[in-house]
Design a protein around this ligand. Structure first.
Ligand code: 9UX
Length: 72
């Protein structure tokens, strides 16, 4: 069963930022789709009931060099 998770992310300023964040999530198990919007400062992830924890998601954003603000 698919689930959609949205993460508000601060600190992305260019297309390379978008790419690096997309690659970070594309490499994570249980994530089937990643959509990053620079304009809306948000990442939309499609996952399932085995989704990564909120803390894991936030840490991935930090590892990519950005600031996770809110996960919904
Ligand atoms: Mo763009 Mo983003 O030159 O961390 S890669 S600012």
């Amino acid at each position: 069963q698919a689930r959609t998770v949205e993460v508000e992310v601060y600190g992305m300023t260019c297309a390379f930022c978008v790419d690096s964040l997309e690659r970070k999530f594309a490499n994570m198990a249980s994530i089937s789709k990643v959509d990053v919007s620079l304009k809306h400062k948000r990442v939309r992830l499609v996952t399932d009931e085995t989704m990564p924890s909120i803390e894991t998601i936030k840490q991935a954003v930090l590892d990519a060099g950005f600031t996770p603000v809110k996960v919904t």
